[in-house]
Write a protein that binds this ligand. Structure first.
Ligand code: ADP
Ligand code: MG
Length: 256
């Protein structure tokens, strides 16, 4: 497998008022392989979203290098698909217009593209909602539009920042299974932030743990579950045992 994303000794601090610095990352190195599903887990305020801001180029590291597909380009925003906890849909645009936004911005949105997006909305269970506005949809539907928009950025690497944390438990489960199906079909690389241990285990090949502040290294947990996975597996004793163990490990690791 080729490397999708490589951090090499990356250091980053926010500069607060009065020149005070808050260091978030300290010489952090890690690698994500193409096609992997990797979750990032850690306490709130530990710098998970900041990591995504660095990957997307919204923030610039103070030291170190970030490589995407082997290249150290600075402007990576056009090369990643991003989906956040709040779906980030624009309330004044229709479902179709929201989903197609990356194509519109790249001036790639014509009649043919519109037909493709409508087809994809249909596959995502949104048939008949093309002309609806975000407020007319359920939370799960809004997240599916948001995910489609991230996909239509055309990027190999998708950054999903706690995308399901605002959903109710049942919708969340349905969306997790749905996401795994999409990932398997599309062969994208996914980095997924969550603070939900069960969610991280269910979805991921590997889990990276933010366990100190500033973050100097990421503890890695390889998930030994086979695929495809379904929500029925959540009740499997192997899964619940693993979850208990991971929770205990996390308790020991996290020192913030
Ligand atoms: P997480 O996503 O793990 O909850 P964040 O990456 O959002 O954490 O934030 C990490 C730390 O950096 C927090 O202490 C937060 O207050 C601080 N922080 C986040 N964004 C900024 C910013 N734009 N300027 C200054 N400090 C920030
Ligand atoms: Mg965050």
């Amino acid at each position: 497998m080729t490397d999708s994303l490589v951090f090499e000794d990356v250091t980053f601090s926010y500069r607060g008022s009065g020149g005070k610095k808050a260091q978030i990352l300290s010489q952090l190195s890690f690698t994500i392989k193409a096609g992997e599903f990797v979750s990032v887990i850690g306490p709130s305020g530990s710098g998970k979203s900041t990591l995504f801001r660095l990957i997307s180029g919204l923030e610039t590291q103070d030291e170190g290098k970030i490589f995407m597909n082997g290249e150290a380009v600075q402007n990576r925003l056009g090369h990643i698909g991003y989906m956040s906890q709040k779906d980030g849909l624009l309330p004044w645009l229709t479902v179709l217009e929201n989903a197609a936004l990356p194509l519109t911005l790249k001036r790639l949105y014509g009649k043919k593209a519109q037909k493709d997006v409508i087809e994809q909305l249909e596959r995502f269970g949104l048939k008949g909602f093309e002309s609806s506005y975000p407020h007319e949809l359920s939370g799960g539907m809004r997240q599916r539009v948001s995910f489609l928009r991230a996909l239509l950025s055309g990027s190999e690497l998708l950054l999903l920042d706690e995308p399901f944390s605002a959903l109710d438990a049942v919708t969340k489960m349905v969306m997790q299974e749905w996401l795994l199906e999409q990932w398997a079909a599309m062969k994208k690389t996914i980095l997924f932030i969550t603070h939900d241990v069960e969610e991280a285990l269910f979805l991921s090949d590997r889990i990276l743990v933010f366990s100190e502040s500033p973050v100097n290294h990421l503890e890695e947990i390889v998930v030994p579950l086979t695929r495809p996975r379904t929500v029925a597996d959540l009740k499997d004793p192997a899964f619940t045992g693993l979850k208990e163990k991971l929770l205990m490990d996390l308790k020991k690791m996290v020192s913030i």
